[in-house]
Ligand binder design. Structure first.
Ligand code: ZN
Length: 273
């Protein structure tokens, strides 16, 4: 009787163990399945997020990419870039025209310049040209004078040259030698300093010169790029379309040339393909 009872207990234990094992196996299988499904989901979501990121970057790039809004090219005559890094081309030749009786400028800008001065005068203003086309020799003389001025103040030659170059362009790198630039001041205030910007003439010119194709070439906030001090009197002809775009986009000539140049690189690359 005791053996029968023991056997019954043993059977019961075996059955229970079997049930527990079965439950464990089911549990393990369920967990494994869940884990695999989870891993797949994570992988899928990662792939999606990479795609989203790529998409985002592409969209952003497209947004940042500017369209070419003007029909100009960096090789256009009115966009000649002359600065410390870009000398006037050796082959450069100018056809000069007299303006305001005593000044000479590139023939191609004379009409626009006359019109600008004439319109300013109609507003009751008195702008006068104080500097226009300069020969290389004259530029050299002005530059050397400025260097001497700094030397007299105690600067060494190299330092004096560097300081002078921010006020008077190094010969061969000055816009006055191109005939495309003029210095205009108020008849009532003819000193070339920052106070010039407060005159009614400069206020009008800074606001309106773009309509005639001129830009204030060396703005105060672009000194790092132009490497010339603020000159609220030096106007450079670039053409109406370019001047308008530069004013709208707040670009100095160096920035504008870079902007146009990027399209030319793209066009060149497309030609190669
Ligand atoms: Zn000037």
């Amino acid at each position: 009787m005791k053996t029968v009872k023991q056997n019954a207990i043993k059977n019961m234990i075996h059955t229970n163990i079997s049930i527990i094992l079965l439950i464990c196996i089911v549990l393990i299988l369920t967990i494994t399945y869940k884990y695999i499904t989870y891993k797949k989901d994570v992988q899928a979501s990662l792939e999606v997020s990479v795609d989203v990121e790529e998409l985002y970057n592409e969209t952003k790039w497209e947004e940042n990419k500017r369209d070419k809004d003007v029909n100009s090219n960096t090789s256009d005559w009115e966009l000649l870039l002359v600065n410390k890094k870009h000398n006037i081309p050796e082959t450069y030749s100018i056809e000069l025209q007299e303006i305001e009786s005593t000044h000479m400028v590139d023939k191609r800008i004379a009409e626009a310049l006359n019109q600008m001065l004439s319109d300013a005068r109609k507003e009751g203003l008195s702008p006068i040209i104080c500097s226009s086309y300069r020969t290389n020799e004259k530029q050299r003389r002005l530059y050397n004078n400025k260097v001497d001025e700094y030397k007299r103040q105690g600067y060494g030659l190299e330092e004096a040259k560097e300081l002078a170059s921010y006020w008077v362009a190094i010969p061969g790198t000055g816009e006055h030698e191109t005939g495309l630039a003029v210095d205009i001041v108020s008849k009532n205030y003819q000193i070339l300093d920052e106070e010039q910007e407060k005159t009614q003439e400069q206020k009008w010119l800074i606001e309106n010169s773009y309509k005639y194709g001129f830009v204030l070439r060396y703005p105060t906030d672009k000194k790092e790029i132009t490497m010339i001090n603020y000159e609220p009197w030096h106007y450079r002809y670039v053409g109406i379309e370019n001047a308008t775009y530069m004013k709208e986009q707040d670009m100095c000539l160096e920035e504008y040339i870079e902007y146009l140049g990027q399209f030319e690189i793209e066009e060149y690359q497309e030609e190669l393909i």
